[in-house]
Design a protein around this ligand. Structure first.
Ligand code: F6R
Length: 363
């Protein structure tokens, strides 16, 4: 049995993603400070609505903050993962262009359109064309340090979203929530880091429980985007297909796929329910009742409940666990969690085809 304890266990982590996660508190502090310092050339009350444009690890930062504060947001907010901005985005829209690398073509296309529409733009990036293009246009840039995998920069991408929402008054003041989130992140690192042996480390134990199966993540409300983050991290780090969906919607379709005679896929399914103690009372009941319905049809069901007071802390509590689980699962599977060749190959091929020739509005 491959052991997760001891320094040799980490040898397969060529980009040091596990030690990198250990720096999450500093990442939160630095990124928060960068977002607080950036000068916004428009008053808070100029913002009527909000869009965050990004892809992958840079987009989920928006989903996670939106998921955590959706019931407290005073202004409408959407996450855009596309080449085109929706028609409603205009002069009063705060458009956060979130791309860790600054080179993602969908986000760059949105950036150009947002400038054309005179939107209130802010970039969150480590550099690339996004930073250089925006600097020329005099648009504020929340500068992140370069050299990381975008998905490993989640906390750095996420803190500015929370800070900017706070600065434009779209959410109640977040200073207390950010302080608690910092404690949560520190506690997660202390409890889940590689030095904590498997017998006492829930992330290592959970990774082993997922080995050999197909992870299925179910969330709801605050934890719905967390389930998507777990799915992405398991795919990109552990190189394993994983699936995510959300209650109450899945009760209206997906559960039928887990009833009747179990399919080969359902027999392999390791279901993880990501729960929030503040889920709507009916959602709590749905988690319990849905579990009863599917339990005999999947390999196993585990339920994990977020801890913490503020939405930001509860969300990060589960995000940190998922990040560690995905990295330990990679090591157990004998794969290097760092490189994401499939994504790189696809981006290279798209670049060869010629972005300028293939992307563009019709008509
Ligand atoms: C890679 C990763 C990807 C990227 C996505 C967009 O670690 O997580 O999902 O986030 O390809 O790239 P960026 O974030 O640089 O805009």
């Amino acid at each position: 049995m491959f052991g997760l304890d001891g320094p040799e266990a980490l040898a397969g982590d060529s980009l040091g993603l596990l030690p990198g996660l250990g720096g999450s508190v500093a990442a939160l502090d630095e990124s928060r400070a960068a977002a607080e310092a950036v000068e916004l050339p428009f008053p808070a009350d100029a913002v009527t609505d909000i869009a965050l444009c990004g892809m992958g690890g840079s987009a989920i930062a928006g989903d996670l903050v939106l998921g955590a504060y959706r019931d407290r947001l005073h202004k409408p907010m959407s996450v855009v993962r596309d080449y085109y901005l929706p028609g409603w985005i205009g002069e009063g829209t705060l458009v956060m262009l979130s791309s860790y690398s600054g080179g993602t073509e969908e986000t760059l296309t949105c950036a150009m359109q947002a400038l054309e529409r005179n939107s209130l733009c802010v970039a969150i990036t480590s550099g690339g064309k996004l930073a250089s293009f925006y600097a020329q246009e005099g648009v504020p840039v929340v500068q992140l340090p370069p050299g990381l995998q975008p998905r490993a920069a989640l906390i750095r991408l996420l803190a500015p979203v929370a800070v900017l929402l706070d600065r434009i008054g779209a959410v109640p003041p977040l200073a207390g929530d950010l302080a608690e989130a910092r404690e949560t992140v520190a506690a997660s690192v202390a409890a889940l880091r590689p030095e904590v042996p498997e017998a006492e480390n829930p992330a290592k134990q959970l990774a082993r429980a997922l080995l050999g199966g197909v992870p299925l993540l179910w969330g709801a409300e605050l934890t719905a985007p967390v389930a998507v983050r777990w799915k992405g991290q398991i795919a990109e780090n552990a190189k394993l297909p994983a699936f995510a969906s959300a209650l109450p919607e899945l009760d209206h379709n997906e559960i039928v796929g887990f009833s009747g005679s179990p399919s080969d896929l359902s027999k392999l399914t390791r279901l993880i329910m990501l729960r929030d103690p503040r889920n709507h009372r009916q959602v709590q009941r749905r988690f319990d009742l849905t579990r009863e319905l599917v339990e005999g049809h999947v390999d196993s069901v585990l339920s994990i409940t977020a801890e913490g007071e503020s939405p930001l802390a509860r969300m990060l509590d589960l995000v940190m666990l998922g990040d560690y689980v995905s990295l330990y699962l990679a090591l157990l599977r004998g794969v290097d969690p760092g490189p994401v060749e499939a994504i790189d190959r696809l981006k290279d091929r798209l670049a060869q085809t010629g972005y300028g020739r293939t992307a563009g509005a019709e008509g």
